[in-house]
Design a protein around this ligand. Sequence first.
Ligand code: ZN
Length: 250
Amino acid sequence: MTPRWWCLGYAFSVATPQVWNTHFALTTAAGLLLVDVPADPHLHLPRWGLDPAQTEHVLLTHFHPDHVSGLPLLLQNLALRGRTRPLTVHGPAPALARVRAWLRALDWEPWPWAYPLRWQAAPVDATPQPVLDWGGVRVWAATMQHLVPTWGLRVEGPSGRAVAYSADTAPNPALDALARAASALFHEATGDFAGHSTPAQAGATAQRAGVQALYLVHVDPGRTAEAVRQARQTFAGPVAVPQPGQAWAL
Ligand SMILES: [Zn+2]
């Protein structure tokens, strides 16, 4: 089975009924990895033939509502569906500490059906380093420049193809390193806000890193054409906004 990187939504903080907040999935022969969980995946993964019960890993880029708000419902509904095997949650240590405090507030621990949760907070800094080697895929992370501790990602598959994801961040050298010569860079394009990037900055990062294609995410679903037009002014390669449910073979 060829590993695939899926876009499950590309909206910025304000989602729409058609376009969910930005998040991704990785499918491999070993199961499913979710990158951020803005809403319960049981609601929409089946639309694309994906089953949340196959989730083996969750990777949270940072602890902001539009990236983590669906996690407790995912965990509860997996339990209610009879899960007994462990699930591993990855992310920056401060983000995972917040998630664990949040689950305590929801009385997760005493629930009799709770299956084991494993917490993997690798000590990541601005130098990209591998955080997961699983299902033929290697995931690298580096610390970004956002309002809270945040990981950017690079995912390398057995074919040699790689995708990179900026998460939420201002332009920074660690992101350039994660994206170096990637097949596709999924870059946030929120706009001119602290700890974020404009479409033109996303294009400039794509150009510096020498990626083959740029996909703008974390954008206003009502202004995608304008964002693409701005990014094309700084990146010579193809620029698009991904479609929810679109997948790339790794
Ligand atoms: Zn954020």
